[in-house]
Every structure is written in C-alpha cells, then in structure tokens.
Write a protein of this length. Structure first.
Length: 82
C-alpha cells in the first residue's frame, strides 16, 4: 500500500510539469487565435476600403460619362431648334 502511494506521488510529480506545459501551450494558442482574428478583421476592413475606392472611381467615370451625354443631348437639341 505504501509503495502504491509513492508511485502515485511520483506520477503526480511527473504529470504536473506536463499539465503546466500543456496549459502554457493552450494559452499561447488562444493568444495566437485572438491575434489572427484581429488581423482578419483588419484585412476585411482594408478590403472593404479598397472596394469602396474602386466603387468611387467607377462612380466618377459614370458621372463623367453622364455629363458628356447630357452635353451632347443639349447640343443636339440646339441643332434641331436652329
């Protein structure tokens, strides 16, 4: 019985450092995951910002085309009146 207790204590002494090492690795993994989540959110925001830039450029192109068409329409109307 006494020998069994000694063996159990030895097992506990061996398991404690292993458990601590596992806890540290788990905490590190959780920190890394949080960091990745933050980076992902920043990336999504950047992608949205870039997308908005393209949309803005497209809007300006369409607006310029619209102004050119309106100008052309006014010129054609003037020619028809004259």
């Amino acid at each position: 019985m006494e020998e069994e207790k000694i063996n159990l204590r030895l097992d506990i002494d061996v398991q404690k450092p292993k458990a601590e090492k596992i806890r540290k690795r788990k905490n590190k993994a959780e920190e890394d995951l949080d960091s990745l989540k933050t980076d992902y959110k920043k990336l999504c925001i950047s992608m949205r910002t870039v997308g908005l830039g393209k949309t803005s450029e497209q809007f300006q192109e369409v607006q310029a085309r619209n102004e050119a068409l309106e100008k052309s329409l006014l010129e054609n109307r003037k020619e028809k009146v004259n």
